[in-house]
Design a protein around this ligand. Structure first.
Ligand SMILES: Cc1cc2nc3c(=O)[nH]c(=O)nc-3n(C[C@H](O)[C@H](O)[C@H](O)COP(=O)(O)O)c2cc1C
Length: 397
């Protein structure tokens, strides 16, 4: 059987599927359910000393949206969006730390890991919260520099407001890393230009891992009422975001693979996605939205699916898969030459491929389509629109 365990910043985690810091990890009761379901661990809801960020959670709102970005009713499609807002942990640090303590005990009995997450508005606050988390006994600490909501809250300098200010983010990271002995992970916002350079700076000042990435800010009008859903701008994400996240995971992995641990989050729906995250360079994957749609059990199902798939493919460990797709990606200049070929016996002559060929390579041959080789550059548009499996091949020439 495949070994799903990971060494993450020196901490053994039994499998790479963790519940992300969010409502499924809002308190000990919720975190225990994630652990019971089979998650390798939980990242606790972000503990904060900001009353505004606690208060925001008392007014949390979200909607699952379909492909048209309209509110789902009952059936949530695979490519859904989670449009919503929520603040940080509801309790003050003094009230929240006992929740962590309870979860740590339950986690120890179930071979799971509890990661602390913190968010403050002052450097001294970050340091204080980090020390409190270390004292309570978490083996890893995540600093939330990615939460999108403070961007919509004038004067609240935390979350994405920190993640977009690289100098300030590095100051906090250095102060926290110097104040605690446990490894520090930095969860970043995707709404910046250069996550590779930023990640390098974070590692230079003491971070041991980066969490790539928190969610985006979006805006969704309801065309019937002419008003925005849930009253205005909100965080947005969902499985469709995955390629954007994987791009950063790949680039950060390739740039710092000797010294970075990567937690992937933002877009992982199921075990197939977890494989994609790992092949792009992630060590562990933090899941939220899919758990909010399907419940805690979703986590355990993905652990099982991952294990079965690895067994079927003959992968013995996650290390065998880690970063393999990241390494295999070619620069544009090195892409091989390809051409389309129509398999005449399979072609049904529907001519869909003619509409999708903008290089005029697909030719109407009456009952069958044929390829004008000198025009074909092997773009592959024809392959995607062809309704007949096996009627078009794209071959390296
Ligand atoms: C309702 C909600 C609350 C969240 N709260 C937090 C939080 O307190 N701290 C944090 O770091 N991230 C928070 N997140 C972000 C998630 O941890 C996660 O990184 C993000 O949703 C992307 O993962 P996903 O695609 O699996 O949903 C929250 C997300 C949602 C949807």
């Amino acid at each position: 059987m495949a070994d799903l365990s990971v060494q993450f910043c020196g901490v053994r985690i039994k499998n790479p599927v963790l519940a992300a810091s969010a409502e499924p990890t809002l308190n000990a009761g919720n975190m225990n359910k994630c652990i019971e379901a089979g998650a390798g661990g939980v990242i606790a809801k972000t503990m904060t000393d900001s009353p505004a960020m606690r208060e925001l959670t008392t007014r949390s709102k979200w909607r699952f949206l379909d492909q048209r970005h309209e509110v789902c009713h009952g059936k949530v499609p695979r490519a859904f969006s989670l449009y919503g807002r929520s603040g940080l942990a509801l309790e003050t640090p003094e009230e929240f730390l006992p929740e962590i303590r309870k979860t740590l005990k339950f986690a120890a009995d179930n071979d799971a890991v509890v990661v602390g997450s913190i968010g403050s508005t002052e450097i001294s606050g970050w340091v204080e919260l980090a020390k409190q988390m270390e004292d309570v006994g978490v083996p890893l600490l995540e600093c939330n520099f990615g939460c999108p909501h403070p961007k919509m809250m004038p004067g609240v300098r935390t979350g994405m407001n920190v993640g977009q200010d690289f100098n300030y983010a590095c100051e906090i990271t250095q102060a926290v890393a110097e104040a605690v002995r446990i490894p520090v992970m930095i969860k970043v916002t995707p709404q910046v230009n250069d996550l590779v350079g930023f990640s390098g700076r974070l590692l230079d000042v003491g971070a041991k891992a980066v969490t790539l990435t928190n969610r985006f800010i979006g805006f969704v009008p309801d065309i019937e009422s002419g008003k925005p859903l849930i009253w205005g701008q909100a965080g947005i994400g969902g499985p469709w975001v995955k390629p954007l996240t994987l791009r950063w995971i790949r680039e950060v992995y390739l740039a710092y693979k000797e010294r970075v641990a990567i937690a992937g989050t933002n877009g992982a729906y199921d075990w197939r996605d977890i494989v994609m995250f790992v092949m792009s360079g992630a060590d562990i994957v933090e899941m939220c939205s899919a758990v909010m749609v399907y419940g805690y059990e979703w986590l355990g199902k993905q652990v099982k699916g991952l294990e079965e798939w690895m067994d079927a493919k003959g992968y013995k460990s996650l290390a065998q898969m880690k970063g393999i797709a990241a390494e295999a990606a070619l620069p544009y200049a090195n892409m091989p030459s390809e051409k389309a070929r129509v398999i005449e016996d399979a072609c049904i002559g529907c001519k869909r491929c003619l509409d999708a060929c903008f290089y005029n390579a697909m030719q109407d041959g009456g009952e069958k389509t044929h390829v004008l080789e000198e025009n074909c550059i092997g773009c592959g548009g024809c392959l995607s629109v062809c309704p007949q499996a096996g009627a078009i091949e794209i071959n390296v020439v």
